[in-house]
Design a binder for this molecule. Structure first.
Ligand SMILES: [Zn+2]
Length: 347
């Protein structure tokens, strides 16, 4: 199985940590704040670089993007449930620029992983004979990112179109992809190690009924016929959640890219839908909010606001909600949280 710890420590520490069982226990809050701090610091480093004048001729929209990145994660609002011993992230300020912002990329990864894991679990509960496979599709590296991305996207569309045609009993059209009952995939981009060319690839999770065997040589030949330049498909059975982390982690690897590449790629890809699904996995609705789920309203709780200062999150306000006399503070807390919300979006 993929060892995401070795390949991308940051994804493992933050995204994997965010999905760990018991993560939201009150005792784990300091560790969680530290993880958010690592991500925030990474965004701060990028913002400082972007504001240093190295990017020439920023237009108004681009300046706004950099500004929103700057304030993203400047505070975090947590609700701590005292008797349930749970702490949930309930507010904050986010930029939603997941191609540039490590914090937003992580929250997006968490939300996608939760939503698709639930869907896969549900499909496997309905049909225990389904196994999950992790596949990676690549095309030849190239120097034009958008051209290579478009080529990969169109190639995958063509492969899945064959699958649709076979489902619709179009005569003579067959593909090994038909054996998968459904799947989800995401695009990832980085520079290749050898010639420094762009290396776009697709990570996919797909469901295969036990007892069905995909003929990889045939699938690779199909892929070569479609792409004209690559027969490379890697595949393995997904034995744990690492495969979900790998698919939904980051479209642009934060630890493996130069800032200027990240910036240019984010501008080229900013309107592209980089996650897609097919077959039985279609139709998953991903919660667009970055918040954790709230617990039952009857649970006693208090809220804590942490501000980002001097490279760490510091507690700046604690608002109790435990008695009728605290009603004023309860209302005030809502005002506080809405007043602190950013114009772009909120956790
Ligand atoms: Zn952000």
């Amino acid at each position: 199985m993929i060892d995401s710890t070795k390949r991308n420590p940051a994804a493992s520490v933050t995204l994997g940590g965010e999905l760990a069982t018991g993560l939201d226990s009150n005792e784990r809050l300091p560790a969680r704040l530290e993880s958010f701090g690592i991500l925030k610091q990474r965004s701060d480093n990028f913002t400082a670089w972007a504001k240093s004048g190295v990017i020439q001729n920023l237009n108004r929209l681009q300046k706004k993007i950099v500004d929103s990145l700057d304030v993203c994660g400047s505070f975090l609002l947590f609700r701590q449930y005292t008797s349930a011993n749970r702490t949930r992230l309930i507010g904050g300020c986010t930029c939603k620029k997941h191609l540039l912002c490590a914090l937003c990329a992580s929250r997006r990864g968490v939300k996608n992983t939760q939503a698709y894991k639930e869907k896969f679990n549900q499909l496997q509960a309905e049909n225990p004979d389904l196994d999950i496979y992790f596949l990676t599709f690549t095309v030849k590296n190239g120097d034009d990112l958008f051209e290579r991305y478009s080529h990969l996207k169109k190639s995958m569309q063509a492969l899945l179109k064959k699958r649709n045609h076979q489902s619709a009993s179009h005569r003579g059209i067959k593909t090994e992809m038909f054996k998968y009952t459904g799947g989800v995939f995401a695009f990832e981009f980085k520079r290749g190690a050898i010639e420094n060319l762009w290396h776009p690839h697709i990570h996919m999770l797909a469901l295969l009924p036990k007892g069905l065997r995909v003929d990889w040589e045939i699938l690779k030949a199909e892929w070569l016929e479609i792409t004209g330049d690559s027969s490379v498909i890697n595949f393995e059975k997904a034995e744990n959640d690492n495969a979900f982390l790998e698919v939904f982690a980051y479209a642009l690897k934060f630890s493996e890219m130069e800032n200027i590449d990240r910036w240019n790629a984010s501008q080229i890809l900013r309107n592209e839908r980089l996650i897609s699904s097919f077959g039985d996995v279609r139709g998953v609705v991903v919660d667009e909010s970055d918040n954790d789920d709230l617990l039952d309203a009857d649970e006693p709780f208090f809220d804590m606001i942490f501000n980002w200062q001097a490279g760490r999150y510091n507690l700046s306000m604690k608002v109790e909600h435990n008695s009728e006399a605290e009603q004023f503070k309860r209302e005030n807390a809502l005002l506080i949280s809405s007043a602190m919300r950013c114009t772009q979006s909120t956790f």
